[in-house]
Design a protein around this ligand. Structure first.
Ligand code: ADP
Ligand code: MG
Length: 246
């Protein structure tokens, strides 16, 4: 039987010198769900992702990915368990090509020799080409990342995560600084990505949110202010008051 939730966040709390940036937060993510977290600046959105990926240590609570408790795991163990995280600013290697950036992110297997190594190289190349196509960079494989647009760099970084095949992908404001056309394509990309995995996205652009969200969680002062379909949270008077009305 397929489990109901891929991620279960319960009573998650972090306190920085007594200030609770995330305060007894609970939410649950289903397989193939795109959960969007919205909310005013300083609401705790980025901190939630930092806690899930192990970058920041929680003060209390639980984050279960399948049956694994992530809060006691190191960042690299969480990545290996299948949780990928993209930060706000793209961090691609400017001097390397699109192909090389993707190749560097390809999961390292055991080293192999001779005919086996040859076979592995072919597999890696095939996978890189497939991912490049998915992120709209199929024709830019030999282009240095430095020459890509800001939006293309963001896609490349998503590709560098996708090539590791995470079951849960977390993206912090992926369309910030993108053109309208790039935003539309990113929405298309995310809708394709969730066919095989779950995604948590932090975003401000409500048009983009409407294009991608399965469910929306509105965060305010480290707590859930409202949660549900885009339609539901948009019409929630509390959300209009603290966020959308501004
Ligand atoms: P958001 O992403 O919703 O804009 P953040 O999660 O970045 O908000 O920040 C939430 C609050 O926690 C802010 O008041 C921020 O200043 C504070 N904060 C975040 N990280 C730290 C930290 N490492 N030390 C102290 N305060 C922090
Ligand atoms: Mg943030």
């Amino acid at each position: 039987m397929q489990e109901r939730f891929i991620l279960q966040v319960e009573d998650l709390t972090v306190s920085f010198d007594g200030f609770k940036a995330v305060d007894a937060l609970s939410f649950y993510v289903e397989p193939n769900e795109c959960r969007v977290i919205i909310g005013p600046n300083g609401a705790g959105k980025t901190t939630v992702l930092d806690l899930i990926c192990g970058r920041t240590k929680a003060t209390a609570g639980s984050v279960k990915f399948h049956d694994q408790e992530l809060l006691t795991m190191r960042e690299d163990q969480i990545v290996n368990a299948g949780v990928g995280r993209k930060f706000q600013t793209p961090s691609v290697y400017e001097d390397l090509t699109v192909f090389e950036n993707l190749e560097l992110s390809y999961p390292k297997g055991h080293s192999v020799f001779g005919a086996l190594a040859f076979k592995r190289d072919a597999e890696v190349r095939e996978r890189i080409e497939e991912i490049a196509g998915t992120i709209f960079l199929g024709d830019q494989l030999d282009e240095k990342a430095a020459f890509l647009s800001h939006g293309q760099k963001q896609w490349l970084e998503i590709g560098m995560l996708l090539i590791q095949d995470p079951e849960l992908l977390m993206l912090d404001e992926p369309v910030a600084g993108m053109s309208v056309a790039e935003r539309k394509k990113t929405a298309e990309l995310l809708n394709r990505i969730i066919q095989d995995r779950s995604v948590i996205v932090i975003e401000h652009d409500m048009g983009f949110v409407a294009d991608i969200a399965t469910r929306v969680t509105v965060l305010h002062q480290g707590k859930t202010l409202s949660e549900g379909s885009m339609e539901r949270v948009q019409n929630d008077p509390k959300v209009v008051e603290v966020y959308l009305g501004h």
